[in-house]
Design a protein. Structure first.
Length: 119
């Protein structure tokens, strides 16, 4: 606990490094995209690092089934999968950021979910 407080105190004195890492994270988020699929590829959803849906592809075989409820479920599943991939990427990137700043692992663990536009 005291070591973590020491890390935080050293950060307070290194505003430039924090700003640099924050800018890198913002750039990473702006470029991040992920895809999720469901129904064996019948539905594909692409999302951004800002947790926005960028596109949905529905295969011909999904339309041929003529089953609205199933299609809705496939879209939801593919979307959730894509968002999970983005969260994983954000978690890995914030862990790198914490390491770069000399913070203990997990110190920025919830960062992705707490920033505007990140969920």
């Amino acid at each position: 606990m005291l070591k973590e407080l020491g890390s935080l105190m050293s950060l307070m004195n290194n505003k430039g490094k924090i700003q640099e890492e924050a800018a890198k994270l913002q750039q990473f988020v702006a470029q991040l995209t992920a895809e999720g699929t469901a129904g064996g590829g019948m539905v594909t959803v692409r999302v951004s690092g800002k947790m926005e849906v960028l596109g949905i592809k529905i295969g011909d075989e999904a339309w041929k089934l003529n089953d609205r409820e199933m299609l809705e479920d496939l879209i939801a599943a593919a979307t959730n999968q894509a968002f999970a991939k983005v969260r994983e990427e954000l978690s890995a990137e914030t862990a790198k950021m914490a390491n770069s700043l000399g913070l203990p692992p997990g110190m920025l663990g919830g960062l992705g979910g707490g920033l505007p536009g990140l969920g």
